[in-house]
Design a protein around this ligand. Structure first.
Ligand SMILES: *Cc1c(COP(=O)(O)O)cnc(C)c1O
Length: 384
């Protein structure tokens, strides 16, 4: 018997009561019931995103929200500053290219956090920047970027700050309004405990001014149309409304726990996972780890696929490897959303056994012990 355990940084596990919502008969998407659900989730999303801004619901994967942010905000030929520090940040540049936006790339070494001072300098050099495009949690490297500090820098300029919070929101602290995030992009299948298929975009008044200043050539992802309909708790097209019903259930769970407690739980899981991995003598990939996943370097002489395949074969645990230039170099373990401390402890126990099977010299229990020491407060992890 193998119990399937999804320990990937998206899609991530979905709670039972959320899955059960998806088994109910389909209702009509323009019914009073559907409108009531959208009304309820609109309020819940504002709480999770910590914003008073409009939050639009798009039927798309997370990338749809990024595309909406770019194409509605930056006219073709205008400039965007991409805080390029990983595979997903690079997607901002790809989207810009697809829409004729002049993307200036501020490159940061993968695994390192973006430096807010460099953002300030780049904006001085490029005062005509319309939008700064950054990432809260760079899933390809397991890095959490200093979005609050970058937000301060961008807020002092005419540019708006668009943040890919797809794997970060619901896993790590993110205060949209207080941090000066003008556009926040979120996907359903990461820490929000849903299957893939929905994306959420919050838009600040500063960003609406840019959006209203030109006619975007986007049709399906037109944010003006989405705003108009959202005022009536409706959507321009048929949404994946069965997922919106499921969203109501997952938001209820977040509300019951409290968003700050949700962040704290992820911080504890992240600290415990890091301590465990390091106790095995493995090296964390990121200099500033994100809280919804942990990335570690594949030890010398081992293959990432051997580790990951064995985790699946012996324990039903799915993890992911590196993307792009990190292929084969790292293993990434998700601990976001419907995940608790004991899942992390179990994951580390499995990792110990798998590494031992593969001939890696370890003392069984050392990762588990280190994680437990963090979880019971005997050991603290250097703050970041
Ligand atoms: C998952 C992810 C994306 C891509 O989202 P899709 O839902 O696959 O379109 C983008 N950015 C980050 C940081 C992600 O984690």
């Amino acid at each position: 018997m193998r119990k399937p355990r999804l320990m990937t940084p998206g899609p991530a596990p979905v709670p039972e009561e959320v899955l059960l919502e998806l088994a109910r008969p389909v209702i009509h998407h323009r019914s009073a019931e559907a409108k009531a659900v959208i009304t309820e989730v609109a309020a819940g999303l504002k709480e999770v995103l910590q914003t008073q801004n409009d939050v639009m619901i798009l039927t798309a994967s997370g990338t749809g929200a990024m595309e909406a942010a770019a194409v509605n905000t930056v006219p073709p030929g205008s400039k965007a500053l991409v805080l390029n520090a990983g595979h997903f940040a690079a997607r901002w540049a790809d989207i810009c290219k697809a829409f004729g936006i002049n993307a200036v790339s501020l490159d940061t070494e993968w695994g390192q956090p973006v430096d807010p001072t460099q953002v300030a300098n780049a904006l001085k050099q490029h005062p005509d920047t319309v939008c700064v495009m950054g990432t809260l949690s760079e899933t390809s490297t397991g890095t959490g970027h200093p979005v609050e500090a970058i937000g301060k820098v961008v807020a002092a300029t005419d540019a708006v700050f668009a943040v890919d919070g797809i794997s970060g929101v619901g896993a790590m602290e993110c205060r949209t309004d207080a941090w000066g995030i003008d556009i926040l992009c979120v996907g359903s299948q990461k820490a929000l405990m849903l299957p893939p298929g929905l994306a959420f975009v919050s838009v600040s008044p500063k960003a609406w001014a840019k959006i209203d200043a030109f006619e975007s050539h986007s049709f399906y992802f037109n944010l003006k149309s989405a705003r108009k309909k959202m005022k009536e708790f409706d959507t321009p097209f048929t949404p994946a409304h069965t997922l919106i019903l499921a969203l109501r259930a997952s938001l209820k769970r977040i509300k019951e726990e409290g968003i700050e407690n949700v962040w704290n739980r992820h911080k504890r899981m992240s600290d415990a996972c890091q301590a465990g991995v390091q106790a095995l003598g493995l090296e964390l990939f990121s200099a500033r780890p994100a809280e919804g996943l942990t990335a570690f370097r594949v030890p010398q002489g081992f293959k990432d696929s051997d580790i990951r395949n064995r985790l699946v074969e012996r324990f039903g645990i799915t993890t992911v490897g590196g993307q792009g230039k990190l292929k084969g170099q790292i293993v990434r373990v998700g601990h976001m959303g419907y995940t608790d401390e004991i899942d992390v402890v179990a994951g580390l126990a499995a990792l110990e056994m798998v590494l031992s099977d593969l001939g890696f010299d370890i003392e069984p229990g050392c990762a588990v012990t280190a994680a437990q020491q963090v979880l019971i407060g005997q050991k603290t992890v250097a703050s970041r």
